[in-house]
Design a protein around this ligand. Structure first.
Ligand SMILES: Cc1cc2nc3c(=O)[nH]c(=O)nc-3n(C[C@H](O)[C@H](O)[C@H](O)COP(=O)(O)OP(=O)(O)OC[C@H]3O[C@@H](n4cnc5c(N)ncnc54)[C@H](O)[C@@H]3O)c2cc1C
Length: 389
């Protein structure tokens, strides 16, 4: 006899761990299944830090972050641990750069209380930056960092404290939706459930193809570097903001970085996008590129010289990209009890606690109060087949 649960979640990354927590909060008997060990390094959610910010170039995301921040504070309170570190956030560059202008316009539309700083004002407040004549900045005080792996582990722990069952090192091999639920097969066991949430990260494309959904997801094995600062205190969260450099493509799409909480970690610097994509996780080459770390150090030498020290560490991490870089948060068009969270395109972590709640509400209530207009699964019409599995 298959063991039955009210809800099963496939994938215990940033989004799946949150979905399991909110399902358990809704009183569901939950099973969360992870193919690797919990908090593994092969997906997208592992690590010291991720940027959290309201500052988006689309007001819909600003509104979603207005819902996410209070949930992070509530999670922190329940977990009795600090997960969010406020650092302030600086977007800098020449004001005529498209991305800079789009961000400013969106923040104006969303009535976000940011500061427009001139180059000299930035130099006064953050002498760590050596910006070019004519550059400027958009500063928002509530930006900061999330302690990424600790957020995932907090959602997992609180879900288990609320009765959820979590099994890891157990790949889900097959999912068979039926009229009123689904059957889930692993190598050794079969489970059944009334509803299922698929949050499989870079493995989503294959899992969803079996459900008759062929999504144009691409995997980008990006890289991040941790650099030894000359004066560690200058790059601590209390003295240095998270930053985004609007460079019009020089040094990759958009270099960005995060202060260190402990100098042995170093200042985290990476770029948004700009790596070759692959179609399957099996094709991912996790070996870091030396050329890339040197290129980023060059950026640091030019704009944040105090952070251009020796490389402390570097590694790969996976983005799962949709063509428009917006998420997929929706129900399966044929099997509404199958709920999909995928394609978080390199900017999903700050939303994970909200995404978990949205997916749990979609699975249990059939709807969510939050705006999913950007996240519909059928927006990729041409590549999308409504074929039943
Ligand atoms: C280098 C880097 C920097 C980033 N920086 C930021 C940032 O600053 N701010 C921000 O907001 N976002 C950032 N992101 C994006 C963010 O981290 C991701 O959007 C988010 O972590 C995605 O979470 P996920 O749960 O979808 O994926 P994952 O964490 O990868 O979780 C998916 C899980 O599903 C499991 N799984 C897959 N298939 C199966 C199966 N068949 N059976 C069982 N388990 C399965 C996988 O093993 C995995 O654990 C960054 C991403 C990277 C890579």
């Amino acid at each position: 006899m298959a063991q039955h649960f009210d809800a099963i979640v496939v994938g215990a990354g940033g989004v799946g761990s949150a979905a399991a927590y909110y399902l358990a909060k809704l009183g569901q008997r939950v099973l969360l299944i992870e193919q690797f060990e919990l908090n593994h390094q092969q997906g997208s959610s592992y690590g010291y830090s991720r940027v959290i910010r309201y500052t988006y170039d689309n007001p819909i995301y600003v509104e979603l972050m207005r819902a996410a921040y209070p949930l992070w504070f509530a999670l922190q309170a329940e977990a009795k641990e600090q997960l969010y570190i406020k650092t302030g956030g600086l977007d800098f560059g020449f004001p005529d750069v498209d991305t800079f202008q789009a961000l400013k316009a969106s923040m104006d539309t969303a009535k976000l209380d940011y500061e427009y700083l001139s180059q000299s004002e930035i130099a006064e407040r953050y002498p760590q930056f050596t910006l070019k004549e004519g550059m400027a900045g958009l500063f928002h005080a509530d930006s900061g960092l999330l302690r990424a792996s600790r957020c995932v582990l907090a959602h997992l722990r609180l879900a288990q404290e609320r009765g959820a069952t979590v099994i890891d090192r157990t790949p889900v091999m097959k999912i068979i939706p039926s009229e009123n639920g689904a059957v889930v097969k692993t190598e050794k066991e079969t489970f059944s459930c009334d509803r299922i949430i698929l949050t499989a990260g870079s493995w989503a494309k294959a899992l969803l193809a079996e459900q008759g959904i062929d999504l144009p997801l691409k995997i980008m094995p990006c890289q991040l570097g941790f650099y030894q600062p000359r004066q560690a205190a200058d790059f601590a969260p209390s003295r240095f903001p998270v930053f985004f450099a609007h460079m019009n493509g020089s040094y990759g799409e958009m270099p960005y970085g995060i202060p260190h909480e402990d100098e042995s970690i170093g200042v985290k610097i990476t770029t948004f996008y700009g790596w070759n994509t692959v179609d399957t996780p099996a094709e991912v080459d996790y070996a870091p590129s030396q050329t890339w770390t040197e290129n980023i150090r060059e950026f640091a030498r030019e704009y944040i010289p105090g952070a251009a020290g020796p490389l402390i560490g570097t590694r790969r991490c996976l983005y799962t990209l949709t063509p428009d870089k917006d998420f997929i948060v929706d129900r399966h068009p044929t099997y509404p009890q199958v709920v999909i969270g995928a394609g978080f395109s390199g900017h999903g972590f700050k939303f994970t606690t909200l995404l978990g709640k949205m997916l749990a509400d979609l699975a249990v209530e059939g709807s969510t109060v939050h705006d999913t207009s950007l996240f519909k699964v059928d927006r990729f019409q041409p590549a999308y087949a409504y074929a039943s599995p």
